[in-house]
Structures are given as structure tokens and as C-alpha cells.
Write a protein that binds this ligand. Sequence first.
Ligand code: ADP
Length: 502
Amino acid sequence: MTLFVCAIDQGTTSTRFQIFNQEGAFVTSHQEQLRQIYKRPGWIEHDPKEILRSVVTCAEEAIRRFELMGHSTKHIKSLGITNQRETTIVWNKDTGEPLYNAIVWGDTRTNKIVQRLQKKDTSKLQKMTGLPLHNYFSALKLAWLMKHVPAVKTSIEKGQAMFGTVDSWLIWNLTGGPNGGAHVTDVTNASRTMLMNLETRAWDPILLEFFGVPESILPEIVSSSEHYGDVELIKAIKGLPICGCLGDQQAAFVGQKCFEPGEIKNTYGTGAFMLLHVGDTPVCSKQGLISTIGYQLGRDGPVGYCLEGSIGVAGSAIEWLKDNMGIIENVKQVDELASQVDDTGGVVFVTAFSGLFAPYWRDDARGTIVGLTQFTNKCHLTRATLEAACLSTRAVLTAMRQEGHVELKTLKADGGLSNSDVCMQLQADTLGIPRPAMRETSGLGAAFAAGLGCGLWKDLETVRSLYVEGADVFEADINNKDREAKYTMWEEAVKRSYGWTQ
Ligand code: ADP
């Protein structure tokens, strides 16, 4: 008899529900797009109720398919959750109603709050949190909600408010909501709030005071793999234990089985996120990398720390080519266009739509295209868009080489944009990359955590020995001189993207 685990992957642009068997092989899934709400330039919101509804619909549809394949839900052992990180929700714990839309990670509305906080003593922040003071992290978004949304302020005063990232919102609702839902967040998600101390893995009173956040609204911090509660909300899987939870990038890291120091994965999704395993203690970066937790698999289970390079725009630039510029009709056309030319014809596109993240951390950068000539056509621009993701990755990798203190092993790629062969070839020109056949590794990582949490798999060694579908390997196809020249042009173009905001 085969047993199964399933995973909710609640991403920025879509929600998926995936089912895997005990060998770690994919069985079936369902996916739905998520509506993006843009009220003003730089603002990105999601409707928390829509997030929840999409999870329920995806679960019901995936289970329906699973049953049509002749399987029974009796054999599903547990559920794992992985989610878009940093996205911030505050809700009323008595009614379950959100008090505002979810403020999405890429939203830049908190720039002024960042500037104000920079005037305080910030010297201990990076060491304590592993993070730079930046609009990206949840504490800033929460500070904005407390200042600008009266319902949030009054609910906090009345002791009715709950804060959470998307994992907390989902687990609380799935396990019963106002009727006793579990208010928890796992260490990987908590490490992105800027309120958790990276070494103690607990909310830190100094940080709470710095951001003016009352501890009473925060979820309990738990490990990434343990029993948090049972599903109440979804009929098709009612009673199923929820035993895994990881932020999406950390889940991909676990899904790619990066359990040893030196192992790296890069997920090319809406943004691109590279994580390097640095061992079981945090490494503090001086070059704009984030220090974060890769996983804690069990209350007393193994902990892996990472250096992370977060790149704000990767696949979203492809969406921009499609939706804003009309250069392509669907994402698959990217490769058709980009492969019609051998290079970008001297064009460099710094896709800094909402500033630049790692390793630059410049809020004032904006999208910049340099090197246009009468000769430039849409194929060049498309190729330059793909190159932007790769050159940003190189900048991050350079910092990692200098700071990781571990020997870098292979770079494993995944995520939607890794479907582009041209992109992977361009990236390989920086470093050889194996690309697994299963490119949605976040769901797999959450399933691994859930399977470990319910005892389906005994330990990391068992997980490591599980089935992996064959990988394509892209080898470098460029000489050193061209590679360096291209990177020098990139660095010049990056400098020109600075200072485009007031
Ligand atoms: P997320 O989890 O952040 O929502 P995904 O990993 O699903 O993101 O990746 C979505 C991105 O991948 C989209 O921005 C899309 O443009 C890009 N993408 C998907 N398929 C392709 C493809 N074949 N070629 C190029 N880009 C693609």
C-alpha cells in the first residue's frame, strides 16, 4: 500500500495544491492564479480571503483528481504548507475578518517608515535579525498598518488583533479560525519578519520595542516540521494533520535537498532567490546578503542556516514584457524571441522596478535600459530581460563566494523562469547548473517537512535517498573575456539605475 503527503504552495502569483507519494514522486496537483491588487505605484496587495478560497479550491480539485486516479484520502498522512514570505496580514481573532488587504513582500509603501527608523540606533539590527532595515520585511509593513489603518490600531487596543505572514493566516484558518485555530509561524517565516532573533529563534523584546510591535498579536514560533493542528476547514481532507511549514524559498531549498554546507539553490520565480547552506550557525553578511534560517526540521531537529541573495524582479519582468509592453503574448514566446539573436546587441536592462534588492539594497533604483540603438529590436530586449535575472544572480553569487566561508558546490535551479532554456544557458555561462525535471520544488520541500513531521520518513538521510527525476545540465558556453565584459557593463548600468526617485 502506497502512502502520500500533500502540500499547499501559496505563491505570489498563484496557489497550488500538490500530492506526492512516499517515494517523493509527484502524483497530481491543481493550480489557480491569484489576483494582484495595485492601488498606487509601488503598492501590491492580495485579498486574504481570496488567498484562503484559492487554497480550498485547489485542495478540493487536486483531491478530486487523486480519487479519480483510484487513490483514497485515507492514505494521505499529512499536509505541509509553503508560502510567499514577508507578506503581512492582520485580522480580527474573534470574527476571522482581515482588517486590511495582505501587503505583499514587493510593496514599497514603507520607504518613509524605513527612513524614519534609520534615524534611530540601528547598529544591532543586522546582527540580531540577519536582515538589512528595508521595506521588504514584515515588521515595516506591520508598522505601516498600525499607523495608517484605524481598525488595526483599535483592534490591537481591544486585544482582538492577530498578525501573521501567509503561513500563519492559512494554518489558523485551516485549523478552525475563530473556533480554536492554531496561531503559529515556523522559524523560516519568522526569520523574515525582522522581529525574531536569529540565534535564539524567539521574538526579541529589543526588536519589538524598536518597531513598536506588541508581542500579544504575534504567533507562536514553531519548527518547520511538527504537528501544528488538524485540518478543519476543507471537507475533502478534514482531520488531516498539518506537520510541515516553510517559507517558499526555504521550502525549495529543502525540496532540492540542500542539507550540506556549500549546497546552493536558486529559484527563478516572480523574483529570484538564491540560498547557500552555511552550516548550523548564522553567518553575518557585510555585502548585502541576508542571513536566514533554511530549516529547523523538528523541535529538536537539525537546523540549517543560509546566506540568501534576494533579487526582487526575475519572472515578473517577463510578465511586464507580456502585460505592459505587449512584446510577447505568452511566457513561452520568451525563448522564441530571445533565441533569434546571439546577444542583446549591447543592450543592458536593469529590471529595478521596485528598487534593487541584494546585494545592492537601493530603494531609489528604478528600471533602466541602456545601450539602445536604431538596431535594437524586441528580440534584443527580451534577451536582455533574461540576462538581467542571470547577471543579478552573478552579483549575488560573487558576494556568496566571498562571505560563505564554505566551498560552493553545484547551483541547483528551479522556479517558473527556469523553464526558459535560454535563461538557463545564459545562467550556465556564469556557473554550470543542473535543472531538475520537477521545477516546483517548494511544494516538494513542504511535503518533505510534512512527511518528516508525521514520521512517514525517519530522518534527513531517508529524505535524501528519495526519488529524484532526471535533471538537465547546462554547461558554460562563453569565454572568460566576454563573460567579464558583460558583467562590467552590468555593473555600470546598475549605477545608472540609482537615484530615480525623490
Ligand atoms: P511564484 O512562485 O513566485 O509565483 P513561479 O515559480 O510560478 O513564481 O514562476 C512564475 C514566473 O515564471 C512568471 O513570472 C513567468 O513569467 C515565468 N515563467 C513561467 N514559465 C516560463 C517560461 N516557459 N519561460 C519564461 N518564463 C516563464
